[in-house]
Design a protein around this ligand. Structure first.
Ligand code: BGC
Length: 739
């Protein structure tokens, strides 16, 4: 697929989709116009930049409160002072929710809704108006530093989950700020990288989740990303912010720059940015001058104020003395966090039915692996949560097992411990000693629970991983454990993929346990010991090796030398001694020196690539086993008006109640344009009792099968013959029927 410039093609000719959720934001427009007419230019511009690191100004003279922001997206961030320094309060301990890939692994908009609502309620208790989340960029690179924050490699799954989260958060009274708009798919040089993507791919893959969050979710705020698209910074990209977001999707709320992502006065003012954060450089004094000298119309400023006031009136202001009366984390949030965690854990394999473990048969359980006791809430920069508590895998297992079996824990390998804004190297122990302890623990155990994974020292905002190899010698360790005890259940604690070829070789059973929030350890123990059946499904493809994945196979990553990151350089130096970023200082990288990220794989992202190229993978997109089995039958597909209706039966043929996520993909023949081998179009999570059959009914709007026509810049039907593939993963198709 040809890679072509972005701006030349994007003339905003697509149909308007209109949105009642967005229209709700305009109910106060008359009042807002009156307010604007009473404001001075200085008062207006005062609203368009930072008041402090996490607030922008209201209209104090007219009694209109400032807007208070907080990260996001997995719990309300701690209170910050200058330069992001924590204020070290006691009452700002929040519930830590499962991170993005875990939430998406539930394939449940209802669960995402509860998650958004739980965070939204805690935000209200802290007096926050806008939560900086959800983060919904497509997981393009397995090494992506923020893959754990993002939701999926698939735009339909990411969009459905994002819309659920946004609705929940906004029903709790807090505005959601969807980020990072758009194409912020890598952390390397995120502040300057210039994405070159063809127009069709951008529309069909990368913009879709944002459209869902805005149109179906009704998001009140959107955060333009750091990067450039077609040479233009997102914060000043008029095509993106004015033509598509507002013009086509009917967005009525406010845009807020990513922190430090504003680059000019005129560009930002005319390119659709409403608030510059966390500085007052561009949409500040120079904007007042530009209006005074006539180069920018005051109407442009009025529009921005209107967007902000719409959100201000939609979100009830909480006076300072009413906020933070109690500790942020409260029972409803904790319950919601547990519900997400419970449904997110993915059973990757279960040879010989090793899982669930039966406590009665186990005198001694060896838990091996530092990640069993690792806290995952903090770290990763913006998305870290100072949590009231976090049940680790080890704690969860101990709570579940009680006195019924002996549990012996050995860390086995080292990880870098996260401490405040850096890593504690002093905590590293002698690997030989760790290994000897681990082997001694494993030797006479009835089962070994090997807990491996990554950590926020590897998966973080501000940089991408160099590879997907498990750190700390985990591969070597598990091989040695297997030699003394082959009865291994492995649990991976990570946000993104790791190279699991070695671990899988030695583990008859494997679970993907994610960074699963305050209640993660409890949810994990429930799955390990069979209180619940695992029901998570992978939201991304698990490749065999990094080089197989599209951007790597095509040499589209990495791009150029690493430049200093806006926030993460010091952080990264702590863990990578050889890391030497180019420091361009406050002026940032020179305009002529920015990197190009070429997306020449086009729409073949994730399974679209692997399935089209018929490549082997470790685990396919949508994969996740259960303690039950499911039989699929009786597929019917029909078209009624503008909707395709599907119905099929799913029967639980196993012996335990369990959830299944039934997935519908479409394959196309007789096409007028190129398509991937298959694409996810709909899905449904169902709870089914043993022996019970449930009929799943799904409706898909016919327009969901359209492609983006680059000649007319509009959605168009190519008249292809559609075959619907129904199954339990992208590669476990049980039923199919053509329309
Ligand atoms: C991140 C955003 C975050 C912001 C404020 C930026 O570095 O990219 O996701 O919301 O900081 O903390």
């Amino acid at each position: 697929m040809a890679t072509i410039g972005f701006l030349a093609l994007m003339t905003g000719c697509a149909q308007k989709s209109g949105s009642t959720l967005q229209d709700k934001l305009t109910v106060n427009d008359k009042k807002i116009d009156e307010i604007i007419s009473q404001m001075t230019l200085e008062e207006k511009v005062e609203m368009l930049h930072a008041k402090n690191i996490m607030a922008s100004e209201g209209v104090p003279r007219l009694g209109i409160q400032e807007i208070r922001y907080a990260d996001g997206p997995f719990g309300v961030r701690e209170e910050l002072g200058d330069g992001f320094k924590p204020l070290n309060w006691e009452k700002d301990k929040a519930t830590y929710f499962p991170t993005g890939s875990a939430m998406a692994a539930t394939w449940s908009p209802e669960v995402a809704y509860e998650c958004g609502k739980g965070i939204g309620l805690e935000a209200r208790s802290r007096g926050k108006d806008v939560m900086l989340g959800p983060a919904i960029n497509i997981q393009r690179l397995p090494v992506g530093g923020r893959s754990y924050e993002y939701l999926s490699e698939d735009p339909v799954l990411a969009g459905v989950i994002a819309a659920g989260y946004v609705r929940g958060m906004q029903d709790a009274g807090t505005a959601a700020c969807v980020k990072h708009f758009a194409l912020n798919n890598q952390e390397t040089n995120r502040g300057s990288v210039d994405v070159e993507v063809d127009e069709r791919t951008m529309r069909e893959i990368y913009l879709k989740p944002f459209e869902a969050a805005v149109v179906d979710g009704g998001a009140m705020a959107v955060m333009p990303a750091y990067n450039r698209i077609g040479g233009v910074f997102c914060s000043e990209n008029s095509v993106l912010n004015n033509d598509i977001l507002r013009g086509e999707w009917g967005f009525k709320g406010m845009t807020v720059s990513d922190w430090g992502g504003t680059h000019s006065t005129e560009g930002a003012a005319l390119g659709g940015l409403d608030v510059e954060m966390p500085s007052k450089t561009y949409l500040a004094e120079p904007l007042i001058e530009a209006v005074r000298n006539g180069s920018i119309s005051e109407e442009v400023v009025n529009d921005k104020v209107r967007h902000i006031l719409r959100v201000r009136f939609a979100v009830e202001p909480i006076p300072e003395d009413k906020a933070t009366q109690e500790i942020t984390s409260q029972k409803p949030g904790q319950t919601a966090a547990y519900e997400v965690a419970k449904k997110s854990i993915v059973l990757l394999k279960n040879d010989g039915g090793l899982l669930p473990l039966k406590k009665d048969n186990l005198k001694k359980i060896a838990v091996i692996g530092r990640h069993a006791e690792e806290i995952t809430a903090l770290g990763g920069i913006g998305a870290g949560v100072k949590t009231l508590y976090e049940i680790t895998p080890l704690q969860g297992i101990l709570n579940e097992v009680g006195d019924s079996s002996k549990v012996v824990y050995a860390p086995g390998y080292n990880t870098h411990r996260f401490v405040s804004w850096g890593f504690d190297k002093a905590s590293l122990e002698d690997p030989k000693v760790l290994e000897a302890e681990a082997l001694a623990a494993a030797k006479d155990a009835d089962v070994v629970i090997f807990v491996g994974g990554t950590g926020k020292f590897i998966e973080s905002e501000g940089f991408d991983r160099k590879n997907i190899i498990l750190p700390g010698g985990q591969d070597e360790l598990i091989a040695k454990i297997a030699a003394v005890n082959p009865n291994i259940v492995s649990v991976m604690i990570s946000g993104g993929v790791c190279d699991l070829r070695e671990v899988a070789k030695y583990s008859p059973a494997m679970l993907q346990g994610w960074w699963n929030g305050s209640e993660g350890g409890h949810a994990l123990a429930d799955v390990l010991f069979g209180r619940i059946s695992p029901s998570g499904k992978l939201p991304f493809t698990w490749p065999l090796k990094l080089e197989d994945s599209p951007a790597f196979a095509l040499g589209n990553f990495p791009q150029g030398a690493a430049k200093a990151d806006i926030f993460a350089s010091q952080y990264r130096k702590d863990v990578e001694e050889e890391y030497e970023p180019i420091d361009y200082g406050a002026a940032g990288p020179p305009d002529d020196g920015h990197d190009i990220a070429e997306y020449s794989e086009g729409s073949l992202v994730g399974y679209r690539w692997f399935d089209t190229k018929k490549m082997d993978v470790m685990y396919p997109f949508g994969h996740g086993l259960s303690y039950a089995e499911f039989a699929y039958d009786n597929l019917s597909v029909s078209k009624k008006g503008d909707v395709v209706e599907l119905a099929f039966d799913v029967k639980n043929t196993g012996s335990v109640e369990a959830d299944e996520v039934a997935q519908v993909y479409v394959h196309r023949d007789e096409t007028a344009v190129e398509w991937p081998e298959k694409e996810l179009k709909a899905f449904q999570r169902v709870t089914i009792k043993p022996g019970e059959t449930k009929t799943v009914k799904l409706q898909i709007p016919a327009s969901d099968f359209d492609y983006w026509d680059v000649d007319t810049h509009a959605w168009k039907n190519d008249g292809a013959k559609l075959t619907f593939l129904v199954g339990s993963s992208s590669r476990d198709i049980r039923l199919q029927q053509s329309l």
